[in-house]
Design a protein around this ligand. Structure first.
Ligand SMILES: Cc1ncc(C[n+]2csc(CCOP(=O)(O)OP(=O)(O)O)c2C)c(N)n1
Length: 562
């Protein structure tokens, strides 16, 4: 037992969990915590310019490092400001701990109108956190931190909340610090694994469908080993991009989208639909199971709620992706799954067709992505905002290294990419990182360029500039008789960057990024590349089928009945 303030107990508990950095903004209710972090060697605080960036940076840090990211904010408004990062982390299953201050203990719930008071603070983020706790005195802090990290490291990783009233940060009392929880990975029973192995090995055309859960469980190597040992080819979801290299002979890639009207996507649907057994790993099958009810779905997921949601004909395997793959493989070999001939030729033929259709469609995004693919090293992290190039990247960006592709999942947060990418670069300062964002999205958090310069976070950021919320403008033009509310006035982004003490560059054409990005990466400085571009079509091929996949985005009759 030692006598500590709650702030000291918190800082020491975080260090015990391996935390090295906290993204935060200080304020009156959390002075005790800030002082605790200040006085604790081995942990530091990166101060952002808006709370929105605290959780976004923590999310980027978590997804790049595989370790929980931590954010610290004042109560009420601070928590509301930080909520967008939780929505993103929740949708991409990233472990983010948000530590929020609270109003004084005696005032909670009384509606007295004290500074930053809101009613039911945990309730405001309940829908985007998997666990919440209040630590109301110092001796409760170690237990709260222990449980927060246990929650993030078990089951489906998702954000959690600890709130602390100000007294808890400054009072001193005897505190017992704790060691991190010992975590064991969940594995299905031998009987379930044996049954699943038999179904898979008897299958005529098996296929693996891998999602982001593979990355969260650090199961990339295990997945590749499984595919190679059994010769079962792999399709990945957008969340699963990078869990097997796109260049791997057993990888069909991730050229899927809700818009199955694209010819090359039809190609992939055909591949899926011909499978008689799909082995799902760490995916929620957001598009349903394209293989359909006729196939058997062997579904590995750590989230019990996801297991049988997709289709009725499911063999659920509740477990951690890596541990379950490793446990399943010997059963597969025993059942004869190792004798399957290699499907590499069929995979290669399908991929050539997909590439052929891409070139035929001649969408301008394709050439820009090709150019960037030439300029961005394979080991670089790419963090894509909600831009017209970002949409295209979800299906087309080629990823050959684990965890290097990031998007905003189903949350689709405009403006998340720049601060999230800063968090990535804090976690991995020696790896190149490139943020790709539009002028609309960049300006959501562009003040964080100060943070980048202040802390030497050498991120390269590409700002695609069309002076508009471009894809919204295009949708309104295409379907609602004209754009409205979508024009933007921008600063000169080169001078903007220079005014912050960062480097500004300008491309005359988006394809110039092939040469500009390598130059920017060499500078080892925060760099903004301004890239003017013209109109981009929605990534689809209207000549093949009508635009029916998101009907509620179109003015039309009959939706009320459907
Ligand atoms: C937080 C949030 N607000 C609004 C939107 C709706 N939205 C989606 S894309 C978009 C425009 C994006 O503009 P920009 O970043 O300039 O990229 P562009 O479409 O021009 O490529 C908007 C407003 C959103 N996805 N998220």
């Amino acid at each position: 037992m030692v006598k500590l303030s709650g702030g000291e107990a918190l800082a020491k508990s975080l260090v015990r969990e391996g935390v090295e950095v906290v993204f935060g903004i200080p304020g009156i209710q959390i002075y005790g915590i800030v002082a605790g972090i200040r006085d604790e060697p081995g942990i530091r605080m990166i101060t952002t310019r808006h709370e929105q960036a605290t959780t976004y940076m923590a999310d980027g840090y978590a997804r790049a490092s595989g370790e929980p990211g931590v954010a610290l904010v004042v109560p009420g408004v601070g928590l509301y400001n930080a909520a967008p990062g939780l929505t993103n982390a929740y949708s991409r299953s990233a472990p983010v701990l948000l530590i929020a201050g609270q109003i004084p203990r005696g005032a909670i719930g009384k509606n007295l109108g004290v500074v930053h008071e809101i009613a039911d603070q945990p309730g405001t983020v309940r829908s985007v956190t998997k666990w919440q706790r209040q630590a109301s005195r110092p001796r409760e802090v170690p237990d709260a931190v222990f449980e927060a990290f246990r929650q993030m490291r078990t089951g489906r990783p998702r954000p959690v909340l600890i709130e602390m009233p100000p007294e808890a940060g400054v009072e001193r009392e005897e505190v017992e610090l704790r060691s991190p929880a010992r975590i064991s990975r969940i594995v299905p029973s031998p009987e379930d694994l044996r049954e699943a192995a038999q179904v898979i090995s008897k299958s005529a055309i098996p296929l693996i469908y891998a999602g982001g859960g593979v990355a969260r469980s650090d199961a990339e190597q295990a997945l590749v080993k499984l595919a190679e040992a059994t010769n079962i080819p792999v399709v990945v979801s957008s969340g699963g991009k990078g869990v097997i290299p796109d260049s791997h002979p057993l990888s069909y890639g991730s050229c899927f989208s809700p818009r199955g009207d694209r010819q090359e996507m039809n190609q992939l649907y055909e591949v899926m639909q011909s499978a008689d057994v799909v082995l799902g790993i760490g995916s929620r099958f957001s598009l349903g199971n394209p293989a359909g009810e006729a196939c058997t779905l062997v579904n590995i997921n750590i989230d019990d709620a996801e297991l049988t949601k997709v289709q009725s004909n499911t063999i659920p395997l509740h477990g951690d992706a890596r541990a379950t793959i490793e446990a399943l493989l010997p059963y597969l070999i025993e059942a004869g799954a190792g004798e399957r001939p290699s499907p590499a030729e069929a995979v290669s033929a399908a991929r050539s067709l997909i590439a052929y259709h891409d070139i035929q469609l001649k969408e301008p995004q394709y050439a820009v992505l090709e150019a960037m693919q030439g300029g961005i090293p394979e080991d670089a992290y790419t963090i894509w905002d909600i831009t017209q190039f970002g949409y295209y990247a979800r299906t087309h960006w080629q990823v050959n290294r684990p965890k290097t592709y990031m998007d905003s999942g189903y949350s689709f947060n405009l403006g998340y990419a720049f601060p999230t990418a800063l968090g990535v670069k804090v976690a991995k300062p020696d790896r190149p990182a490139v943020c790709l964002t539009g002028d609309g999205g960049f300006m959501f958090n562009s003040s964080e360029l100060s943070t980048a310069v202040q802390y030497g976070i050498n991120l390269v950021t590409v700002v695609f500039r069309n002076e508009a919320y471009g894809n919204v403008a295009r949708d309104l033009e295409d379907a609602f008789g004209g754009a409205y509310g979508t024009d933007l006035h921008n600063p000169d982004f080169v001078r903007f960057a220079e005014a912050f003490g960062a480097v500004g560059m300008r491309a005359s054409d988006p394809t110039e990024l092939e040469t500009l990005i390598p130059l920017a990466l060499e500078l080892q400085a925060p760099v903004i590349i301004d890239v003017p571009f013209g109109e981009m079509p929605i990534p689809r091929a209207p000549q093949f089928a009508p635009y029916y996949s998101l009907p509620w985005t179109m003015p039309q009759e009959g939706l009320i009945q459907s």
